[in-house]
Design a binder for this molecule. Structure first.
Ligand SMILES: [Zn+2]
Ligand SMILES: [Zn+2]
Length: 111
């Protein structure tokens, strides 16, 4: 069960639809997509957070996950925040205009 999200910014950046979270196939694929960005190319894309090196599809450099910039919860065992972390902030870093102007819109749910 997950959310379909899309990042957009006033500068015109628009990401592909990102199937965030885990679905029923997770137990086979072990793929969990979370939004990541590349500051060099100015793109936002869904990347498998199980891999510690997610290459940018354009420049092949490492992409940065949005959750990486968040403060960790003190009493949190998990090294990863729950899927609701995207609701903790309204505006996010935009890799294109480098402003905190990017928002994640919900396009629906998937399972
Ligand atoms: Zn790139
Ligand atoms: Zn922007």
């Amino acid at each position: 069960m997950g959310n379909i999200i899309q990042a957009s910014c006033t500068c015109g950046l628009e990401s592909e639809q990102i199937f965030q979270g885990i679905g029923f196939q997770y137990y086979e694929t072990r793929i969990r997509l979370e939004p990541a960005y590349c500051d060099l190319c100015g793109i936002v894309s869904g990347k498998d957070m199980g891999k510690n090196f997610c290459k940018c599809p354009k420049c092949r450099k490492k992409m940065k996950f949005y959750y990486e910039g968040l403060e960790a919860d003190d009493n949190e065992d998990s090294d990863f925040p729950s899927s609701e972390y995207l609701e903790s902030k309204e505006h996010w870093h935009c890799p294109k205009c480098k402003d905190e102007n990017l928002i994640f819109g919900s396009m629906g749910c998937w399972d």
